[in-house]
Design a protein around this ligand. Structure first.
Ligand code: ATP
Length: 278
């Protein structure tokens, strides 16, 4: 990180999740999740619709509280951080990034510094304009700096959301299906930008991803959720097997090694009935 915190020097575990359960009434959405995330790692959370991925992310970010079990971030229970402390440490990027509000790109990106500022919007020794200019240039947003968000495409808005998070300089970044609304080129570009940023800063990334091929190419490790339980923890090569995909997603896959890296990539077989029709 550009700014190494005292916490980081003591803990090389960014997150520790122990016996985490979340129930709504009698319905247990997450059941006894235990999982550790080393500092600087990039984890993907994968699993079918309704398996509990977003719920898990909400518990990690502290916006929701567990029914039992705990989440520690850098050795301290997530609920015991103040809001400000937590937002200095953890950033969250949602599926739709930022809604198309009437603020300009520059204004929105500068808001990324709020967690570090006092109530008058001041921050000692930090030139917010210069940081923002750097990030604007880095994400090819300079020419759009004075445009309001309601006049950007979805892909551009997602880049602004990433820029805001970069300016925030968190130590942990949580992403919930960040590439859902992006076309192929922007999906890849978004993931590459994250990869570069992690390389430079050592930020820990936890991303809910539906695209298993992207997950296999970018994440060091995967957590597979099924029916609110951990179905597997490990590398894509260990976890993305035909048998597991069939069991977890109920589809008939073909797994092939990526020709560049060898990581597993997925093709789907149509059901026997539909191919027989042709
Ligand atoms: N506030 C709530 N009250 C009751 N049930 C809820 C609530 N929030 C989520 N659930 C249920 O918890 C389960 C897990 O939801 P969650 O959104 O975490 O799944 P997900 O894996 O992120 O799904 P998706 O891939 O569709 O986004 C679902 O069955 C959902 O209906």
């Amino acid at each position: 990180m550009t700014k190494q915190s005292e916490l980081q020097k003591v803990y090389d575990r960014a997150l520790e999740v122990a016996g985490l359960t979340r129930a709504y009434g009698k319905f247990h959405v997450l059941k006894n999740i235990s999982w550790n995330v080393d500092e600087g790692a990039w984890w993907g959370i994968i699993g079918p619709n309704g398996s509990g991925k977003s719920t898990l992310l909400h518990l990690l970010s502290g916006v929701d509280q567990p029914t039992s079990g705990s989440v520690h971030i850098y050795g301290k229970k997530v609920g015991s951080y103040s809001r400000k402390e937590l937002s200095q440490l953890v950033a969250v990027l949602q599926q739709e990034g930022i809604p198309p509000v009437g603020y300009t790109v520059r204004e929105v990106i500068e808001m990324g510094r709020f967690p570090h500022q006092d109530w008058l919007g001041r921050e000692k020794g930090v030139d917010v304009e210069a940081i923002t200019d750097r990030v604007l240039a880095r994400l090819s947003l300079t020419s759009l700096a004075d445009r309001t968000l309601d006049r950007l495409s979805g892909g551009q808005r997602q880049r602004v959301a990433l820029a805001k998070v970069m300016v925030q300089e968190p130590q942990v970044l949580l992403l919930d299906e960040p590439t859902t609304y992006l076309d192929l080129r922007y999906q890849l570009e978004f993931m590459e930008l994250l990869a570069e940023w992690r390389q430079e800063t050592g930020v820990t990334i936890i991303a809910v991803l539906h695209d298993l091929n992207l997950a296999a190419q970018f994440c060091d490790n995967l957590l597979v959720l099924k029916d609110g339980m951990v179905e597997g923890l490990g590398t894509s090569s260990d976890l993305l097997t035909e048998d597991r995909i069939r069991r977890v997603y109920g589809v008939e896959p073909v797994m092939l090694p990526h020709p560049d890296s060898g990581v597993p990539q997925l093709l789907l077989r149509r059901s026997a009935a539909s191919t027989a029709d042709q």
